[in-house]
Design a protein around this ligand. Structure first.
Ligand code: PGA
Length: 245
């Protein structure tokens, strides 16, 4: 087993440039080789973040499923990479829900990202209704199988997966550490055995400094994809410190 920890912020559609500047002045992490820090910033801030912050990798929150061309308003993986990002979130539940992203599109985005050396952070997770109906594992299995179709073991091994139950995102309701661990172990079991042990699987959904430690203690939870609690530098600093332990 060769997994580091990851603390990944997801700023979603928040902050203006002056607010990004304030964050950059206040963020202060003591970088550690075993704990990777990532912030998924809105597109306009990727360049400034990547050129100004040391020790935090920058991610995009989405990318186009086409390489380039006449797709007004879209942002390509080459653009993202050329601005200094190293990672890209793909298939976040908010994109699936509000922008009708399906598994085929997600699969195309993952393949494009990997072809350019951008690390995809593939999100999966069930809705409240699906959990109430006992379908959570079937839903996640299908999202992963379809989202990862056609990827060989080498490509798979360079990805990150984030389990984010939709009912826990932005609601203040976190999955219990046991619920999350059970899904993470299941996700690992779905991956080819040669890569399953090495892939980082992040938990996302109302992670904050007060509950991060308990989640990280679980064998199959390698870090967090954190929305609300990543917006303030003090909170991001605290989350990183918890992951360093
Ligand atoms: P949250 O968001 O931490 O605000 O629940 C997590 C996410 O959607 O990535």
């Amino acid at each position: 087993m060769n997994r580091k920890r990851i603390v990944a912020g997801n700023w979603k559609m928040n902050k203006t440039l002056p607010e990004v500047e304030s964050f950059l002045q206040a963020v202060d992490i003591d970088t550690n080789d075993q704990v990777e820090a990532i912030i998924a910033a809105p597109f306009p801030f990727i360049n400034v973040m990547a050129s100004r912050v040391k020790g935090i990798n920058v991610a995009a929150q989405n990318c186009a499923s086409f390489e380039n061309g006449a797709y007004t308003g879209e942002v390509s993986v080459d653009m993202i990479k050329s601005c200094g990002a190293t990672h890209v979130i793909i298939g976040h539940s908010e994109r699936r829900q509000y922008f009708a992203e399906d598994d085929d599109t997600i699969n195309a985005k993952i393949k494009l990202s990997l072809s350019r050396g951008l690390v995809p952070i593939l999100c999966c997770g069930e809705s409240l209704e699906q959990r109430k109906n006992g379908q959570e594992k079937a839903v996640v299995e299908s999202q992963l199988k379809n989202g990862l179709v056609g990827l060989d073991e080498e490509l798979l091994s360079s990805m990150i997966i984030a389990y984010e139950p939709v009912w826990a995102i932005g609601t203040g309701e976190t999955a219990t550490a046991d619920q999350a661990e059970s899904m993470h172990a299941f996700i690992r079991s779905l991956l080819p055995s040669s890569v399953g042990d090495d892939i980082c699987i992040l938990y996302g959904g109302s992670v904050k400094p007060g509950n991060f430690q308990e989640l990280l203690e679980m064998e199959n939870i390698d870090g967090g994809l954190i929305g609300g609690a990543s917006l303030e530098a003090a909170s991001f600093n605290a989350l990183y410190e918890i992951a360093v332990g």
